[in-house]
Design a binder for this molecule. Structure first.
Ligand code: MF3
Ligand code: CO
Ligand code: CO
Length: 252
């Protein structure tokens, strides 16, 4: 990407990150996920952008909201109502002036189990370990290598059927960013590359099954919990910049 393009992606990414902060106040017991989707869509449009998922390959909503055993691509619905003990991922992708930004984080309702807390913390740490691998000349495989190695020490499995992806002037582009990979494998990172790191960790088995009826919702095969975090990142001359970071958490 050129510096001008990176600047455009940075602005879109900031907006996607801000939408995840904005929605926090609405995540409460009794709220349905279609309502959260509407609030997200309103926020995105009020800020001059478009939700990228709306109509993407026929996807019907402005974000993905994935509860409990849903790994990713949960479709917001009036029938999905938040209950105490639920954990959920909200994944937002914005298009601002033609540039894409993609990010997701975890939320929870009331008291959650020790397993749920550990899964959420471990998933965020895995994403951060992956982000710390981003620098010119490092190989993409090292991202998946450190993510999977750490997840396993905590007894969790890493989903290998969905990956991070190049992003910027399209939603999904090259390269594919695996979250399970061999050390020192894959292409090398170059200054100006923009891509996501978005590991999904499961409490039990790594595999997913896609809902037969809606064709989108990916669930764990054993019904156990899943968590995900995602950031959009650019390779800089010395390392990385997390474009969707709005809380000043990075660089680590
Ligand atoms: N935001 C998701 C990602 O991280 C993609 C969602 S595509 C949709 O790549 F169609 F399911 F919305
Ligand atoms: Co993504
Ligand atoms: Co996403």
């Amino acid at each position: 990407m050129t510096p001008e393009q990176i600047d455009g992606i940075r602005k879109s990414s900031k907006l996607a990150g801000e939408s995840l902060i904005y929605i926090n106040q609405f995540v409460k017991e009794g709220v349905n996920t279609a309502y959260l989707d509407r609030k997200i869509e309103e926020f995105i449009r009020d800020n001059g952008a478009i939700p990228a998922t709306l109509g993407y390959n026929g996807y019907p909503k402005s974000c993905c909201i994935s509860l409990n055993e849903v790994i990713c691509h949960g479709i917001p619905s009036e029938n999905t109502i938040l209950r105490p003990g639920d954990i959920l991922n909200i994944d937002v992708t914005t298009i601002l002036n033609g540039y894409f930004g993609d990010t997701s984080k975890m939320y929870w309702v009331g008291e959650i189990s020790a397993e749920a807390r550990s899964l959420i913390e471990t998933t965020k740490h895995c994403m951060n370990l992956g982000i710390q691998q981003v620098k010119p000349q490092n190989q993409f495989g090292n991202i998946g290598f450190v993510i999977n190695r750490y997840a396993r020490t905590k007894g969790f499995s890493v989903v290998y059927e969905f990956c991070g992806h190049g992003i910027g002037v399209k939603f999904h582009e090259e390269p594919q960013v695996d979250h399970v990979a061999r050390a020192n494998s894959g292409p090398r990172m170059k200054e100006g590359m923009v891509f996501t790191i978005e590991p999904m960790l499961n409490a039990g088995h790594a595999r997913c099954k896609i809902d037969k009826h809606d064709g989108w919702t990916a669930r764990t095969i054993d019904g156990r919990l899943s968590a995900q975090y995602e950031h959009t990142i650019v390779v800089t001359s010395t390392g990385y910049e997390v474009l969707t970071d709005v809380e000043g958490e990075y660089p680590l």
